[in-house]
Ligand binder design. Structure first.
Ligand code: GTP
Ligand code: MG
Length: 258
C-alpha cells in the first residue's frame, strides 16, 4: 500500500476515553468575558439578555445531544452532565468536549441578534471546555451544589459591589467596604443603603439556570379545520430553582437513574 509507510503516525493519537461507569461533567467557560461583557455594554452585575442567550444555547446542546441529561449555568459558564453509562463517541474526552463547545459557541453567535437586537457583535465569543469524571452520585450532587453556591456568593457580592459603585464609590472603596462581610451583613447593606431586598431579586440571578427535559405539549400539525394537533414531547426546559436540596432530586428521579 502506497500509504502504509505513513500510517504509523496514527499511533501518536492517544486514547483519551473517560473512565467507564462515572458521571461525566463538561464545563465550558467564556474566554475573557470580563472584557467581552464590557465591550458589549452588558448590564452590571447581571444582564438578563446575555443570561437568556446562554440558557438558549444550553437548550440547543440538549437538543443536539440526547446523552446530555442535565445542564447548569451561571455567568459565562455552563456545566453539562452525561449519564454514567453513556457511550457517546466512545466516551472520548476531546471529541465530547470539542463538540459541546462548538455547538454552544455556534449557537451563541447564531442567536446573538435575537437576544441582543440593538447590540452588534463586535468580537468573536469563545468558550473553553473541560471534562471531569465523578465516580459517585454524591460527587455529582456536590459538584452541582458547588456551582450553585458559587452563583449565590458571586451574585450577592456583585450586587453589593455594583450598587456601591453606582452610588459613587470607587471600585477600591467598594471592595474595602465589602471585605470580610458575611451574607447577613451584605443583605443588610443592600436593604438599608439601597432599598434592595435580596430575596426579591430574580431567581435567574440568585440560583442560576438548570436545563432538563420535561414533557411538554407541542403543536405538530394543524387539522384541515385549522385546529392544532398536540403531541407530548420531551423538550429541554430552563428552571431557576434550588438544586442543592433533596427536593429537586426527588422530583426528578430520572436525572440520577443509571
Ligand atoms: P477567563 O474565563 O479566564 O477567560 O476570564 P473571564 O474574563 O471570562 O472571567 P471569569 O470567567 O472568571 O468571569 C466571568 C466574567 O464575565 C465576570 O467576571 C463578568 O465580568 C462577566 N460577566 C458574565 N456575565 C455577565 C453579566 O451578565 N453582566 C456583566 N456585566 N458581566 C458578566
Ligand atoms: Mg470566563
Amino acid at each position: 500500500m502506497a500509504n502504509s509507510k505513513y500510517e504509523y503516525v496514527k499511533q501518536y493519537e492517544l486514547d483519551d476515553s473517560l473512565l467507564p461507569g462515572c458521571w461525566i461533567v463538561v464545563r465550558i467557560d467564556g474566554k475573557g468575558f470580563t472584557k467581552f461583557s464590557e465591550l458589549h455594554g452588558f448590564e452590571k452585575p447581571n444582564d438578563k439578555r446575555a443570561l437568556d442567550l446562554m440558557d438558549e444555547c444550553a437548550k440547543e446542546v440538549l437538543n443536539e445531544f440526547p446523552d446530555v441529561r442535565l445542564a447548569y449555568g451561571e455567568s459565562d459558564e455552563y456545566s453539562f452532565v452525561l449519564g454514567r453509562s453513556t457511550d457517546m463517541y466512545g466516551r472520548r474526552a476531546s471529541k465530547i468536549v470539542s463538540l459541546l463547545v462548538s455547538c454552544f459557541t455556534a449557537n451563541y453567535v447564531a442567536k446573538w441578534a435575537a437576544f441582543l437586537p440593538d447590540t452588534p457583535l463586535r468580537s468573536t465569543p469563545m468558550f473553553d471546555g473541560r471534562a471531569v469524571c465523578y465516580p459517585l452520585d454524591s460527587n455529582l450532587r456536590d459538584y452541582l451544589s458547588w456551582r450553585q453556591a458559587d452563583t449565590h456568593i458571586n451574585n450577592q457580592y456583585n450586587t453589593c459591589f455594583w450598587a456601591l459603585v453606582k452610588s459613587g464609590k470607587t471600585p477600591t472603596e467598594a471592595q474595602a467596604t465589602l471585605r470580610g462581610t458575611q451574607t447577613a451583613q451584605k443583605n443588610e447593606l443592600l436593604f438599608n443603603e439601597f432599598g434592595i431586598n435580596y430575596a426579591h431579586l430574580p431567581e435567574q440571578f440568585k440560583k442560576g439556570s438548570v436545563v432538563l427535559r420535561r414533557k411538554t405539549m407541542v403543536e405538530v400539525k394543524q387539522r384541515a379545520d385549522g385546529t392544532p394537533v398536540l403531541r407530548e414531547r420531551n423538550l429541554p426546559t430552563v428552571l431557576h430553582t434550588d438544586i442543592i436540596r433533596d427536593e429537586f432530586w426527588n422530583e426528578h428521579p430520572q436525572l440520577m437513574a443509571p
